[in-house]
Design a protein around this ligand. Structure first.
Ligand code: HAM
Length: 423
C-alpha cells in the first residue's frame, strides 16, 4: 500500500522551512514594532462559531466532524471568529485598543489549485477597540510595511467599503440573505451568475447596470467623487466619506501602492465597513477590514478591524532568496574510535559558544565523513586526530577553499567565530 498525503496538503522540506522561517521572523518583527503581541487559539472550535454569522452553507467549505462525545466541531477556516470568541471569553475588561497577532494553519475544503490549499497558513492580526479611520489606516500601514520589509514591490492594495454596494442594495429593498448572496457573487467575480441571480430576484435592469458599473470602477481618489455622482444612497455616501477620511490618513502613515475599489466584497460575511485586499498580479495575498462579530457572540459593541496574509502565497511571492542552505556551520569528524569522545566534547564546546555544530554519529571513515560534511553545507570540518589531540590541537578544514590549519582547542571557538563572521 502506498501512503500519500491528503489532497491539498503539503510537506515542507528543510530549505522550504528555512525560507518560511525567514518570512515568519520578518513578519513577527514588523507586527511587534507596531505594538502587536502574539496569541494562539485552538485548531478546532465548535462548528457553531463559524456558522452563526455565515449560515449553514459555509459548512460545505469546512472540515467539520462529530467527536466521540457527539460535539459538532470544525477545523478553523480562519482566525477572526476564534479571536472574537477569545475576546468575549477573556478580554472584555482588558484596556482597549487591544492588538493581537497570530500565525497558524487554517483548513478549507476547496478545490486545490495553484496557491490554493486545503491546509494553509495565515499570518494576521486583530485590532479591537480602535476607532475608524485611524484603526484602518494604521492596519493598512502595517500590512504595507510587512510587504516592504519582505522586499516586495509589485503589490497593489485595493481598498473598498462594504457600505457602498450594500447601501445601494438595501435602499432598493434587497436585504438579508439575498444581499449576502449578491456580495458573495461579487467577491467570486462571477458576473454571469450575478446577472442570472439579479434577474431571478427581479432586480430592475437600470439598477443592475448601475451595480455592474460600480463594481468595475477602480482608481485613485478621484474615483470616489465619480462614485458620488452616480450613487446618492445615504449609506453609500457615508461610506465614501469614510474612504475619503481614510485616504488622507494613509498619506500621513506613508502608505503607497493603493487604489480605491468599490468592487471589493470580501468572501466572509462579517465585514461592515472599510475592507481591503492586496494582490500580486491576480493572486490575493492578503484580505481584511472592519467587522462586527463580537456583539454577535454576546459581547458589547466594539469596533474591530484586522487582516490576514495568506502566508503560503506570501512565501511564494518572496521566492527563494535564502543564502546557501546548510544544516550546521561546523562538522566535527573523529579520525578513529580513540578520538570519538574528544570529538563529542569539542562539539558540545562549540555549541555552547553559540555556533551550530554537528558531530559524527555514524562511525564512518574520514573520507566518508568529509563528503557527508560537504552535503551538510558546513563551512568548516574539524578533524580530530590522535596526534594533534595530544598537543591539544585539532585540524580545521575550510570546506570551500580546501585549506587546512591546526588550531589550539582553547582558541577554536574564537577562530570559528571569526571565520563565520559571528558576533
Ligand atoms: P480571507 O481573505 O478569507 O480572510 O483569507 C486571508 C488570506 O488567506 C487570503 O487573502 C489568501 O491569501 C489566503 N487564503 C485563503 N484561502 C486560502 C487557501 N485555500 N489556500 C491558500 N491561501 C488561502 C480571512 O480569513 C479573514 N479572517 C481576514 C481578516 C482578519 N479579516 C479581519 N481580520
Amino acid at each position: 500500500m502506498e501512503l500519500r498525503k491528503p489532497r491539498g496538503t503539503r510537506d515542507f522540506l528543510f530549505e522550504d522551512m528555512e525560507l518560511r522561517k525567514n518570512v515568519e521572523m520578518k513578519l513577527r518583527n514588523v507586527f511587534e514594532r507596531y505594538g502587536y503581541r502574539e496569541i494562539k487559539t485552538p485548531i478546532f472550535e465548535h462548528l457553531k462559531l463559524f456558522t452563526i454569522k455565515s449560515g449553514e452553507e459555509i459548512k460545505e467549505q469546512m472540515y467539520h466532524f462529530k467527536d466521540k462525545g457527539g460535539r459538532n466541531l470544525a477545523l478553523r477556516p480562519e482566525l477572526t471568529a476564534p479571536i472574537a470568541r477569545l475576546y468575549v471569553n477573556k478580554l472584555q475588561r482588558f484596556p482597549k485598543p487591544i492588538k493581537m497577532y497570530y500565525f497558524g494553519s487554517c483548513f478549507r475544503y476547496e478545490r486545490p489549485q495553484a496557491g490554493r490549499f486545503r491546509q494553509f497558513w495565515q499570518f494576521g492580526c486583530e485590532l479591537i477597540g480602535g476607532k475608524s479611520p485611524e484603526a484602518e489606516a494604521e492596519t493598512i500601514a502595517l500590512a504595507y510595511d510587512c510587504l516592504k520589509e519582505l522586499g516586495l514591490k509589485n503589490f497593489k492594495i485595493h481598498i473598498g467599503h462594504m457600505g457602498i454596494v450594500r447601501g445601494m442594495l438595501e435602499e432598493n429593498g434587497v436585504k438579508g440573505e439575498k444581499q449576502d448572496h449578491i456580495m458573495t457573487l461579487i467577491d467570486k467575480g462571477d458576473k454571469e451568475e450575478l446577472s442570472r441571480y439579479l434577474n431571478e430576484i427581479s432586480f430592475p435592469s437600470e439598477l443592475q447596470e448601475l451595480l455592474f458599473s460600480l463594481i468595475e470602477m477602480k482608481g485613485d481618489s478621484k474615483i470616489l467623487d465619480e462614485i458620488l455622482d452616480i450613487v446618492g444612497y445615504r449609506r453609500s455616501v457615508e461610506a465614501i466619506q469614510e474612504l475619503k477620511n481614510l485616504e488622507s490618513l494613509l498619506e500621513v502613515f506613508g502608505v503607497k501602492n493603493y487604489l480605491m475599489d468599490p468592487g471589493i466584497a470580501r468572501g466572509l460575511d462579517y465585514y461592515t465597513g472599510i475592507v481591503f485586499e492586496i494582490y500580486i498580479s491576480k493572486t490575493q495575498i492578503c484580505g481584511g477590514g472592519t467587522y462586527n462579530l463580537i456583539e454577535l457572540f454576546g459581547g458589547e459593541k466594539v469596533e474591530s478591524t484586522g487582516f490576514a496574509f495568506g502566508f503560503d502565497r506570501l512565501v511564494e511571492a518572496v521566492g527563494n532568496k535564502t543564502e546557501k542552505f546548510s544544516f550546521a556551520d561546523v562538522f566535527v569528524a573523529p579520525v578513529s574510535d580513540e578520538t570519538r569522545e574528544a570529538a563529542f566534547k569539542i562539539a558540545q564546546k562549540i555549541r555552547k559558544s553559540g555556533i551550530s555544530a554537528d558531530v559524527d554519529l555514524s562511525r564512518r571513515k574520514l573520507g566518508k565523513l568529509l563528503s557527508y560534511a560537504d552535503h551538510l553545507g558546513v563551512k568548516y570540518t574539524i578533524i580530530v586526530g590522535k596526534k594533534e589531540l595530544k598537543q591539544k590541537r585539532v585540524t580545521v578544514k575550510d570546506m570551500e577553499s580546501g585549506e587546512q590549519k591546526e588550531v589550539q582547542i582553547d582558541d577554536l571557538s574564537d577562530y570559528l567565530r571569526r571565520g563565520l563572521k559571528k558576533f
